[in-house]
Design a protein around this ligand. Structure first.
Ligand SMILES: Cc1ncc(COP(=O)(O)O)c(C=O)c1O
Length: 305
């Protein structure tokens, strides 16, 4: 998934993809000591634009702060490095992976003696859950793996180690023939997909789990709040029981990678009429019209490079 590009921005310099190396004894290798982002750069008729760059870099720095990592750059500088990296690679469309991590210092669990390092790598990348998924939807299962209790791994941080949990959810789903898995929180309520937030539509009202259900509060999730407000649709942040998924009228995932993807089956139970629902389509259409510059960018989502 994703094709390599030419140059990686690594601690202030561009290095060739094949030469971007870290020491095997780096703290991140042993303990997952890193935080990251995923950002998309879309080509539209006005040029190439990074989607919600500032929000992603803000979350990156907040994730770092939670883990006592202080990069030697400001958020504004980091935004500029993202733009520079796309320009340096001469790409019109790509996926950006900024990472702040602890490098080589001491092996003990205390990370504070290990340097904070940063990189921005790009991938040529298509649709995460498949091109047809945006229209035909995906089939998912409820995972036997849960999201962590809030006083274990903080889910407001997009931390590398959290994705060991996501990997278990994803692998279990794929091994059982599903496209994706949905994790419940420690109390047994719906949290999110392995790399997506989830929304449910019932009787014309849209529901999504609140941030205290062990979710990463997604930037695409926030975009959906803006879209629905503009469309005059009602959204409630509300706990969702597993069985409420089965009797929903519509379900969809949101995420930088998944964009807005309908869910048409959960645990082999068909959702609604098994097709992308009208509210999902209206939100999707709005989202892509802004991204492809077919509608005004009234929320300032796009940063042109
Ligand atoms: C666990 C998890 N939840 C939700 C999301 C969606 O977040 P965003 O819309 O900011 O990409 C992601 C993807 O980054 C994720 O990994």
């Amino acid at each position: 998934m994703g094709v390599a590009t030419d140059k990686i921005w690594f601690d202030g310099k561009f290095v060739n993809w094949d030469d971007c190396k870290i020491h095997a004894m780096s703290h991140v290798v042993h303990y997952g000591t890193g935080v990251f982002e995923g950002i998309r750069c879309y080509k539209n008729k006005k040029g190439s634009a990074l989607l919600r760059l500032k929000e992603h870099i803000r979350r990156l720095f907040e994730s770092a702060k939670i883990y006592h990592m202080t990069p030697s750059y400001t958020q504004d500088e980091f935004c500029q490095f993202c733009i520079d990296t796309v320009r340096e690679n001469k790409l019109e469309e790509c996926y950006l992976r900024p990472l702040i991590f602890r490098g080589y210092g001491e092996l003990g669990v205390n990370p504070t003696k290990c340097p904070v390092q940063c990189l921005i790598a790009l991938l040529r990348w298509g649709k995460y859950l498949g091109v047809e998924a945006l229209e035909n939807g995906v089939s998912v299962c409820v995972s036997s793996w849960r999201r962590p209790l809030p006083d274990t791994f903080p889910t407001l941080a997009k931390a590398c180690a959290n994705y060991m949990n996501s990997q278990l959810i994803k692998m279990e789903a794929l091994m059982n023939g599903f496209d994706e898995g949905i994790a419940l929180d420690a109390a047994g309520y719906v949290a999110e997909g392995s790399g997506e937030n989830i929304f449910m539509v019932r009787n014309g009202v849209i529901y999504t789990p609140p941030s205290n259900c062990s979710i990463l509060p997604g930037i695409t999730r926030h975009a959906v709040f803006q879209i629905t407000r503009d469309l005059g649709l009602r959204v409630e942040k509300h706990i969702i029981q597993r069985e409420a998924l089965y009797i929903a009228d519509e379900l969809f995932f949101t995420g930088t990678a998944a964009e807005i993807t309908p869910i048409t089956q959960v645990d082999k139970i068909v959702i609604g009429d098994g097709k992308r629902g009208p509210i999902t389509k209206a939100i999707q259409d709005y989202f892509f019209r802004v991204i492809y510059a077919e509608a005004a960018d009234k929320f300032g989502w796009l940063t042109y490079i």
